[in-house]
Design a protein around this ligand. Sequence first.
Ligand code: AMP
Ligand code: FE
Ligand code: FE
Ligand code: ZN
Length: 278
Amino acid sequence: MADYIDLHIHTNHSDGTSSVGEILDMLRKQDLAAFALADHDTISGYHEMQPLITLGDPELVPGVEISAAVEGDEMHILAYLFDPDNDKLNSALNQFQHGRNQRGRLIVQRLKDLGISIPFEEVERTANHSVIGRPHIAETMHRLGATRSYQEGFDRHIGKGRPAYIPKPTLDPPEVIELIHGAGGVAVMAHPLVDGMIRHLDMMVGLGLDGIEVWHYSVMHKDVARLKKLAAKHNLLVTGGSDFHGRGEPHQVPGRQQIPIDCLDSLKVRATEIRGRV
Ligand code: AMP
Ligand code: FE
Ligand code: FE
Ligand code: ZN
């Protein structure tokens, strides 16, 4: 078995387009050692995937991507190796899901005020019981002919800074880190160069951040070494993944990033330490 992992994969339980089964088929062809689904605000994909894993399959690692609010921006924090049955974590995720639903309705109302009428039921149909995200709204606008492309929906209407943009419900970074550690998991700053989130690194380290995601399509090759150095300086672990969403992005193919398995071994050591503390 190869010694590579992919710790950042989205399914159609959040804003990805591929089912759990489709993802497993793709990964089986990649000869990976381990992977994590990192859906936004839900671990229902993990629960669906777990019984499908059989001998010879890559190891399935519990994962989720949670948003935190920082100075009006959104920081994504990845959690790994937590107890998937932890009550506090599950009730927080349920609240996020509820809040996303409400926010979806507000965006649809805002669009209507702007003269773009898409029924919320159609957004729900696109989402098909998954956690509602802006990609479902962009897809619905395109499907109903309100925009000429999926991307146009973001560029003109619902992208950050556009008139129908509404932020999603978030917690503050200390709350997110506490939630993850309380569930016995490790907390990792996702794609730290997106929106310049790396500038909050010192603050996050102070809160107990465990790692940063250094292998990600948003990180150029030369910056991987820079981020690794920064991680070493702060005693942080390094992780990575495809951030696959299934919309055909060539740089986001699951399992192809050649991320070494030692990263996961170190995460496991850290998770054991965290569990010893709580
Ligand atoms: P949400 O979590 O509902 O705020 O949606 C965030 C997701 O929308 C991201 O993971 C991206 O997949 C997508 N997204 C956000 N901004 C853009 C953009 N400007 N263009 C294309 N996709 C975007
Ligand atoms: Fe996403
Ligand atoms: Fe993200
Ligand atoms: Zn992601």
